[in-house]
Design a protein around this ligand. Structure first.
Ligand SMILES: [Fe+2]
Ligand SMILES: [Fe+2]
Length: 395
């Protein structure tokens, strides 16, 4: 497979500090990904350095002293050329600082969106921001016991704060259309899986929380799939599609390893990553399972059948290099065309809720704009999501 290879030019070597790396050093770096790195265009300063890794060399490219949007742009331009050997990273010890900054920017962007579109549901967006933080920790930091514990907390907060299904589904869908940089696929799959399992199917709190966590972890194997395959703008060749399919087994193996290392992840949660591309009537991958695990041993597990629906819905909404974003109506139409792939007892409930959501927001849009009112303000802090007026003043 042809891959673009970036080479560090002499002029860059003269201007920036180049540090030779050992494999041990690489383990002390965390790849931050282009989407979130681009968020740095929203700030005027940073308190950590951002590095540019090219094979076994590291450039200290952006420091707190030389930080500028121009330097951020230069990295974005280089990364957009799909150089496979170019990583944007921070030191792992600085990752929490980077993540905090991203969380703050994400919340600011959400506030801006809420001002522009008052029909969006604030509570849904806050819960979504919380899940996005957990999702990023999984992708960037790997699955340690601490990360798995964080995922458990975020999924628990989702279930304890579940909102009206049609309002939450509509808010997610409108949010991604309005500002695609806010979207996080795994966070949205987790949110939809939580809504489907708790609100629409009436599963227990524990089941719904696990199902949502299955959503958070479902694509964890994609970190092992080359960017050239993940972001290919044209149709994948059969060989490339075979590579793409491995994200299911690789993700499952990673989760099993994490479980063996003591991470609080249940076997059924890990199975979601293995089975979320199976189809209800067979013909999916990697194992070609069909039907329900409750009915026969070769069937697909319950959480995976829920996450499959959430996954397709979320993926269709998102703009990707190989496709445009679809709105709710278009997404539902496409899913209806392949609805035999889904467990009908789950699909029919979801279909109804999306239909209701479309009608709800169409009706809201037809009304005159609401009077400006602060509404009920919620905040998310260590104690979870709660209304602002429930917080006691300290003085
Ligand atoms: Fe997947
Ligand atoms: Fe996915």
């Amino acid at each position: 497979m042809a891959q673009n290879q970036y080479r560090i030019s002499r002029s860059i070597r003269e201007k920036f500090k180049v540090i030779p790396l050992t494999s041990k050093d690489i383990a002390r770096l965390t790849n931050v990904g282009l989407d979130h790195f681009s968020f740095l265009k929203q700030v005027s300063s940073i308190t950590f350095s951002v590095y540019f890794r090219v094979n076994m060399e590291l450039l200290e490219y952006i420091t707190p002293e030389n930080f500028s949007h121009e330097l951020v742009d230069k990295i974005i331009a280089a990364r957009n050329k799909e150089y496979q050997n170019l990583d944007i990273c921070v030191r792992t010890v600085d990752f929490a600082k980077f993540q905090n900054l991203i969380d703050t920017i994400r919340r600011k962007k959400m506030e801006t969106l809420l001002e522009k579109d008052p029909h969006l549901d604030r509570k849904t967006m806050l819960v979504f921001a919380d899940l996005s933080g957990a999702s990023q920790m999984i992708v960037r930091g790997g699955i340690s016991a601490a990360v798995a514990q964080q995922a458990k907390k975020s999924a628990g907060r989702l279930i304890d704060n579940l909102m009206d299904s049609h309002v939450a589904i509509g808010t997610l869908s409108r949010m991604v259309l309005a500002d695609s940089t806010l979207y996080d696929h795994s966070a949205s799959v987790a949110m939809l899986a939580g809504i489907i399992s708790k609100n629409l199917m009436g599963l227990s709190r524990d089941d719904a929380e696990r199902c949502a966590r299955g959503g958070l972890y479902h694509d964890v194997g994609k970190t092992c799939v080359p960017q050239s395959v993940l972001n290919k703008p044209s149709k994948l060749t059969p060989e490339e599609f075979d590579i793409m399919k491995t994200h299911t087994t690789l993700g499952y193996d990673e989760l099993i390893k994490a479980i063996e290392g003591g991470a609080p992840i249940e076997a059924d949660v890990a199975l979601v990553s293995l089975e979320h591309h199976e189809k209800f009537l067979g013909g999916g991958y990697p194992q070609g399972r069909s039907g329900r695990r409750e009915d026969h041993v070769d069937g697909i597990s319950l959480y995976a059948r829920v996450v499959t629906i959430a996954d397709v819905y979320s993926a269709l909404l998102m703009k990707r290099v190989y496709k445009d974003a679809f709105d709710q109506k278009q997404t539902l139409e496409i899913m209806r065309g392949v609805s035999k792939d889904y467990d009908p007892s789950i699909w029919t409930k979801f279909e109804k809720s999306v239909d209701r959501s479309t009608a709800h927001f169409t009706e809201l849009d037809s009304r005159p704009p609401p009077q400006k009112s602060p509404g009920r303000i919620f905040i998310m802090d260590k104690e979870g999501l709660r209304p602002l007026n429930s917080i006691k003043k300290s003085s």
